[in-house]
Design a protein around this ligand. Structure first.
Ligand code: DQA
Length: 146
């Protein structure tokens, strides 16, 4: 079995982007953490990032039949994208929403998530470790034993 780990806009800049908010870990460090968690749990990990909403929609569509679940950090599209929400509803795959920062202690516009309305669950505020927790939560949900 495999999981798709999907990252949205500006996350390619992780490590240098507002380190006081997002820390100094880079996206390739996050990828390495995800791959290690996948290996531990016997799950293949496909790790992707795009700054483009439609590309993220396409990748969610393509995940159907190929992956058993999706870890999604949609970045700012979290708070705006009905298209991503609808894409998730369309593929009927379990989605673990993740955010590095605790979106609920930040600006009010970050308190609304369209992704949460269709996600299995959401983890935020624990930095990159949230990705590892999301992978573990999906592994448990799909009945994957290490
Ligand atoms: C984020 C939180 C979003 O509000 C923000 O737009 C991001 C990153 C996070 O991981 O904390 O780009 O998803």
């Amino acid at each position: 079995k495999s999981l798709l780990v999907l990252n949205g806009p500006n996350l390619n800049l992780l490590g240098t982007r507002q380190p006081e908010v997002y820390g100094s870990t880079t996206l390739s460090d996050v990828e390495a953490m995800c791959r290690a968690a996948g290996e531990r749990l016997g799950l293949a990990i496909e790790f992707r990032q795009s700054n483009h909403e439609g590309v993220l929609v396409d990748w969610i569509h393509q995940a159907k039949g190929r992956h058993s679940g999706i870890v999604l950090n949609a970045g700012a599209y979290t708070h705006t994208s009905i298209a991503l929400m609808d894409a998730i509803s369309s593929v009927e795959l379990p989605v673990a929403e993740v955010h590095l920062s605790n979106i609920h202690r930040r600006e009010a516009f970050r308190h609304v998530s369209y992704i949460s309305k269709v996600a299995l669950g959401m983890i935020c505020g624990f930095g990159p470790f949230g990705y590892v927790m999301s992978i573990e939560a999906l592994a448990d949900h799909i009945g994957q034993k290490s």
